[in-house]
Design a protein around this ligand. Sequence first.
Ligand SMILES: [Cu+2]
Length: 164
Amino acid sequence: MYNYAHRGLKLLLLSALLILSIALLAAACSNSGDDNDRAAGETPAADDTSADDADDAGPASFDISMGDTVEPAVTNFFEADTFTVSPGQEVTFDITNDGIAIHNMRIAGSDGEYDTDDDTISDPELFQAGDAGTLVWTAPDEAGEIIFRCDFHLLDMIGTITVE
Ligand SMILES: [Cu+2]
């Protein structure tokens, strides 16, 4: 008699525990479902951010040599004279005057005109033979071709930066 009552109580307790654990399990499942939904919601946002980072190219730097010849003909030039950069990219040109004439480098601003306030000009503004310096420039956000030049040799000492 006592044993039966004890067993009955034990069964009741076990049933209660079972129901409780099913309820807990269900709650846990629904919680983890919410977490999954939230995580799934965050994943595209994280992907979008990294895609933006990929679009925003990091800073670039290029070496550029300024040179000239006298014989057989007088020439003045940048070497290299064509560059390709990304929209909005921070670009540093490391410039050396390897010629004997004076040179510099100037990039027209968004107005496309030289000798205006939005130009970017090399530092120093005048390179003697053997001088080294830089020109730090930010590419425009729009794709296009930009001509840069030397102020002292306007016609022959030019180069092209392609923004794409
Ligand atoms: Cu020059």
